[in-house]
Design a protein. Structure first.
Length: 64
């Protein structure tokens, strides 16, 4: 879920170019985790789903 208020504050603080860089970094780190979660889900691998979801959740607050 995207926090639009946080996003607007970040843009005001750092500017659009830096925000684009941050979003690109997040995509680079988060998308592989989402793909791994999908693969684990396809194999009904609940242990890895939980581990990967926790890893993704832990990274999200750092990005707002």
């Amino acid at each position: 879920m995207l926090n639009e208020h946080q996003l607007a504050g970040d843009m005001a603080s750092v500017g659009p170019e830096k925000l684009r860089q941050w979003i690109a970094l997040f995509k680079d780190s988060a998308l592989p985790l989402v793909e791994e979660i999908e693969a684990a889900r396809a194999m009904n691998d609940d242990v890895n789903i939980k581990r990967l979801a926790h890893k993704l959740k832990a990274a999200a607050p750092a990005w707002g």
